[in-house]
Design a protein around this ligand. Structure first.
Ligand SMILES: [Zn+2]
Length: 521
């Protein structure tokens, strides 16, 4: 190294040391003046594992459940299952299913006070330790999804205070994903919005989700159209590791051919028959005693289902579990007003939800438009929506006076939302799927002075997710397979176009036939 270089280096080092010497000066009163308050990420369901007999030889992950454990439980139930199928004995089939469900999920159940079994625990939950904060990092708040959301709110409160002390900021930003919105609802209802400057709700079941409502009322239905569409909508998100596009396109074609050939209808009819003959016992002896004891899952039941669900699930009329389930109802009932009041006090609020994805195909309400998991009307706090893949009713559209909040594809009217000016909708966005375009919107929300659906030109109220290019575009009109193929040529999009063309052709056949008859007549 030359002398000049050495001198440069030592000068540089001195400069660095001097700067470092000033850092404590900035922080001497414990304040940080970086201008960006820390982000706390309130995670989704399953943000932390749940384990049985942690630290012993028999340690077993109960959530997320591993395939090996499921397979071994299936193996145990196999003799019964085989006999049931061979002898067409519905009672025996129900027994086998109950055995399998209880062995796999039974230990997740809570007691009548809503507390976990002692040997079923989560590993150490996160405690904020780092001072480092900024747009590129967050503090991850995790929790046991089964437990009382109001108890999570207490922990979140302590967590927020700790982050504030650590970083020297008076406020934090809350970014909530999916079930994180349940924790947020409980938090705002108990602690208000003091010390929070940004709230982001990403695909949150703020008013619940119909899957939970219907399941807790015992309303199950296997609908062939719903199953086919569910598969079609999931296919673009497959990551096969090689020849993605070809495999996705081929699966799409296969699914549509199976549906066309009536095979999926046949499977569903069989499935429905099985559900009718074994459902009652499986509900009574497995699903209700397990999932009916989880206040966390009760928090997903929309208000319109709640009274029926209490009856169907046989929720005890008093006791700890009852109190925990009912305490959250207030939080859910008040979430819209709590967010509104936060916004009035200057908190920047961004609610964002998906639409036009076929929802879980197990429930009678399969037409409700959603992100695949959470209904758009519940995640958006009140949007008026057309059925999935359909525009709003012609009569509804004709009666509309104000169209500022109508989506260009006429599928969503956001004017009925509790916070219409800060609620975004993303077409074809699968529940909580990572998308760099949406992350860009979050950055704007966190750094801009004003947050509203009219504040950012690239992010109007209605967006469309493009998973392949990892971005979003403004919605300009109804979904159009030909347009999509032109803009994003791929084998999958070609197959989609082909089948949409065939479907249209098939649907127009009766009309063609009638015209031909008229001509001849
Ligand atoms: Zn700072």
């Amino acid at each position: 190294m030359t002398t000049i270089c050495k001198k440069c280096c030592s000068l540089f080092l001195c400069a660095v040391l001097l700067c470092c010497a000033f850092v404590p000066a900035f922080a001497s009163d414990g304040r940080c003046d970086c201008g960006f308050s820390p982000i706390i990420y309130v995670g989704p369901l399953g943000c932390t594992p749940i384990v049985r007999d942690a630290g012993t030889d028999g340690e077993q992950a109960l959530w997320k459940i591993d395939a090996g454990f499921l397979l071994s439980n299936l193996k145990d139930a196999m003799p019964k299952l085989t006999r049931a199928i061979l002898t067409r004995d519905a009672q025996l089939l129900a027994d086998a299913l109950v055995q399998f469900v209880c062995a796999s999920f039974g230990d997740l159940a809570l007691d009548s006070d809503g507390n976990s079994k002692e040997n079923v625990t989560t590993p150490e939950l996160n405690v904020p330790q780092e001072e480092r904060h900024g747009i590129d990092c967050d503090y991850y708040f995790d929790y046991d999804f089964r437990l009382d959301p109001c108890a999570h709110a207490d922990r979140l409160h302590a967590f927020i205070e700790q982050v504030k002390t650590l970083t020297g900021h008076d406020s934090v930003k809350l970014k909530c994903s999916s079930m994180g919105g349940v924790v947020l609802s409980a938090y705002l209802n108990k602690y208000g919005h003091d010390g929070i400057d940004v709230i982001i709700c990403r695909c949150c079941p703020l008013w619940g989700t119909a899957v939970a409502g219907e399941a807790f009322c015992g309303k199950l239905e296997l609908n062939p159209t719903a199953i086919t569409r569910y598969g079609e909508d999931a296919i673009p998100f497959l990551d096969t590791g090689f020849a993605d596009d070809f495999i996705e396109g081929s699966l799409y074609a296969l699914l549509d051919v199976l549906k066309g050939a009536g095979l999926i209808d046949g499977i569903c009819a069989l499935g429905d028959r099985i559900i009718r003959s074994v459902g009652d016992k499986v509900f009574r002896e497995a699903l209700i005693p397990i999932f009916g004891t989880l206040p966390g899952i009760w928090a997903f039941v929309p208000e319109s289902y709640f009274a029926d669900a209490v009856q169907f699930m046989g929720l005890p009329a008093q006791g700890g579990l009852h109190d925990k389930v009912f305490a959250y109802r207030h939080a859910m009932a008040n979430i819209a007003a709590n967010l509104q009041s936060a916004r009035e006090d200057g908190v920047k609020v961004c609610i964002i939800c998906g639409y036009n994805v076929q929802r879980t195909p197990l429930v009678t309400l399969w037409r409700s438009t959603s992100d695949g998991t959470v209904d758009t009307k519940y995640a958006s706090l009140g949007a008026t929506c057309g059925d999935v893949k359909e525009p709003l009713d012609e009569s509804y559209l004709n009666a509309m006076r104000e169209r500022t909040y109508l989506s260009p594809d006429r599928m969503i009217d956001a004017s009925t939302c509790a916070l219409a000016d800060c609620t975004w909708f993303v077409r074809d966005w699968l529940h909580c799927n990572g998308n760099a375009g949406i992350d860009k919107l979050f950055e704007l929300v966190m750094t801009s002075g004003e947050v509203s659906v009219r504040a950012f030109t690239a992010f109007p109220q209605f967006l469309e997710a493009d998973d392949d290019r990892d971005t979003v575009y403004p919605v300009t009109g109804a979904p159009d397979a030909a347009q999509r193929l032109k803009e994003r040529p791929s084998y999958l999009n070609w197959i989609r176009y082909l089948f949409s063309f065939l479907k249209r052709f098939w649907q127009s056949l009766p009309r063609l036939f009638q015209s031909a008859q008229r001509l001849h007549g």
